[in-house]
Design a protein around this ligand. Structure first.
Ligand code: AHQ
Length: 250
């Protein structure tokens, strides 16, 4: 079993939760989702300079590049073909299967368009030379977890996407007014993720609620979700520090 920080408290329950209660406990962890991180609050209220937006886009690109590798790692642990058939769409969502003309370029290409829209050319973005150690470490921890944890735990760790539609909607609602210099087409990635996140969560919750049934397993699922929430939070910490160090107004 991949070691995670033990639960900060003993399991809060001595009888297994029913599915509705278990799902509610998972969703309650949304209070530590990075939508609440001070940098994200400042970014979505227009408080970032163009250079800070570029630092965020360049660092989050590493996370985007890690997602399909993480998904491939989870899939490599899936013995069941029907699960692999349902899971593989996630990799194709990011890696794509074609080009922009046929709408099949994928999320990594869409993020590259976001990079160009904020003033980072493809070569610079893909060089990853602007990725700070804290972001690289957090993303690599996610891929490493997916490689070594049982596939159901890998699926559970993706459930931070329960909270993702709102963060994408926030950007779409606020960036055009706060950052009119960013070409609107660059925000297409956020638009594309809203339905995909909901589809991913439906599968992820189905697996999680079905697999984690004992008190200890349900606490493990909460610990896994917290581990992934901490990954996203740590990325924002590292990005915020990079902005301070690179002299951008904080
Ligand atoms: O764009 C995001 C994405 O494709 C994914 C996949 C999923 C996973 O497998 O862990 N998580 C995730 C997330 C994406 N965007 C993040 C954001 O803030 O834009 C949020 C992140 C997540 O909520 O886990």
């Amino acid at each position: 079993m991949t070691a995670l920080t033990p639960a900060t408290t003993a399991p809060a329950h001595d009888q297994p939760w029913d599915r509705a209660t278990f799902e509610a406990a998972l969703r309650a962890r949304g209070q530590s989702y990075h939508i609440h991180h001070p940098f994200n609050v400042r970014m979505n209220s227009g408080g970032c300079s163009p250079e800070e937006i570029r630092i965020w886009v360049a660092n989050r690109f590493y996370y985007q590049m890690c997602i399909p590798r993480k998904d491939a790692a989870v899939m490599s642990n899936m013995p069941d073909r029907s699960q692999r058939r349902e899971w593989i769409v996630r990799m194709l969502d990011h890696d794509g299967q074609g080009d922009y003309q046929d709408g099949q370029a994928g999320g990594i290409e869409a993020w590259t368009r976001l990079g160009e829209a904020v003033g980072i050319d493809r070569e610079r973005l893909w060089s990853l030379r602007d990725v700070v150690p804290g972001v690289r470490f957090a993303c690599d921890a996610y891929v490493h977890f997916a490689m070594h944890a049982p596939w159901q735990e890998g699926v559970c760790s993706s459930l931070t996407e329960m909270f993702a539609p709102q963060i994408h909607k926030d950007r779409l609602a606020t960036w055009p007014q706060h950052y009119p210099w960013i070409e609107a087409q660059g925000l297409q990635y956020f638009r594309s993720r809203i339905p995909l996140a909901s589809r991913d969560v439906e599968h992820g919750l189905r697996v999680t609620l079905e697999h984690f049934t004992t008190v200890q397993q349900q606490q493990r699922a909460l610990d896994i979700l917290q581990f992934k929430l901490d990954i996203l939070w740590a990325m924002m910490d590292a990005i915020e520090r990079a902005c301070a160090e690179q002299g951008a107004p904080t």
